[in-house]
Ligand binder design. Structure first.
Ligand code: SAM
Length: 312
């Protein structure tokens, strides 16, 4: 469906939990907390997905918090994959628990996964995320083995923390059919850290060339180089706003639509979830219609929900 600026909104990022076992320094250092009771049930999440599918959405990504902490994650994926009009069902995960459930997720109908990986060094990875590097590497391998691909690895670069690993990540894309995605730090976490401007990375590596088949509806500018098996994606919400082509809305795990990541505007779905399918669709239409023209990232934006509570 079209928003009031003529953008075609067809991508739902559906958060299934605010809980996370990691404490990424740029997201929420206290992300282990959560009121589990406020999480929408699998049934409600599928109702939202179904309403969006009927409104013409064709892509759904499950996120969080850490989506694999939901014991009923396969049930959620099964319910969503039964919606035949969807062309893409993906998940974003920290990968810590992926090794043991990748195959079940694939069988439930999951098509792809993006995995967050902020360092290739065990000590640094632990320092940034609180997690275990070997577990996420095991998760990546399991996802590759059961065909949950193409796999994209999300890297948030922090000045003085992991920006000395940029070339190691690029090297990984040389040797493996993966897409490494450098995501600019957004003001959606605890603060006190400085991100890296993606243009700087590119300026210093002129040998990277725009990859063929760029998809205008995805925010990443994708590059590659001769002899590379994989690609490098640059997601640059701070240095290069992609709001004019934004095609998404977010739904939080406690039942609010956030039409724009860089705005605190939200619409509660709670009442509508108690009513008819039409009431639910009307609420989604209202949020899409009022989607802001652009994010407020360049205007001193202060979020009232950290990333783990919105759904990254
Ligand atoms: N727990 C899952 C994970 O770690 O991938 C999914 C949720 S996480 C919030 C989703 C994505 O948001 C991750 O790739 C993470 O790196 C990114 N993210 C979190 N906080 C961010 C921030 N302040 N700026 C940019 N990206 C951020």
């Amino acid at each position: 469906m079209l928003d009031s600026y003529g953008r075609s909104i067809e991508y739902l990022r559906l958060s299934v939990t605010q809980r996370c076992q990691q404490k990424c320094t740029y997201c929420s250092k206290s992300s282990g907390f959560c009121i589990k009771d406020s999480e929408l049930s699998a049934e409600r999440l599928v109702m939202i997905a179904k309403a969006c599918a009927q409104l013409g959405f064709n892509k759904i990504r499950l996120t969080g918090g850490e989506p694999l902490l939901r014991r009923d994650i396969c049930e959620i994926v099964t319910g969503i994959s039964a919606l035949k009009s969807l062309g893409d069902i993906a998940i974003t995960t920290n990968g810590q628990l992926l090794k043991d459930c990748a195959r079940d997720l694939k069988q439930a109908g999951l098509m792809r996964c993006n995995i967050s990986l902020d360092s290739l060094r065990a000590d640094k990875y632990k320092e940034i995320t609180g997690g275990d590097l070997q577990s996420v590497l095991g998760g990546i391998h399991a996802a590759q083995s059961c065909g949950l691909d193409p796999i994209k690895l999300n890297v948030v670069l922090i000045k003085g923390k992991n920006d000395d690993e940029i070339d190691d990540f690029i090297e990984l894309a040389k040797e493996n059919p993966l897409e490494i995605r450098f995501i600019e730090l957004m003001p959606l976490g605890d603060g006190g850290q400085e991100g890296i401007n993606n243009s700087e990375i590119l300026r210093q590596r002129e040998w990277l060339r725009p990859a063929e088949c760029q998809n205008s509806s995805q925010p990443a500018a994708v590059y590659s180089a001769q002899g590379f098996k994989g690609k490098i994606g640059f997601i640059s919400p701070i240095s290069h706003s992609f709001c004019a082509n934004c095609n998404r809305i977010r739904v939080t795990s406690d039942g609010y639509i956030r039409p724009c990541l860089g705005s605190n505007l939200e619409y509660s779905l709670k009442e509508a979830l108690e009513g008819t399918e039409d009431a639910l669709k009307q609420c989604i239409v209202q949020a899409v219609t009022n989607k802001p023209k652009g994010s407020c990232f360049g205007q001193g934006f202060k979020t009232n929900r950290k990333m783990n509570r919105i759904g990254g």
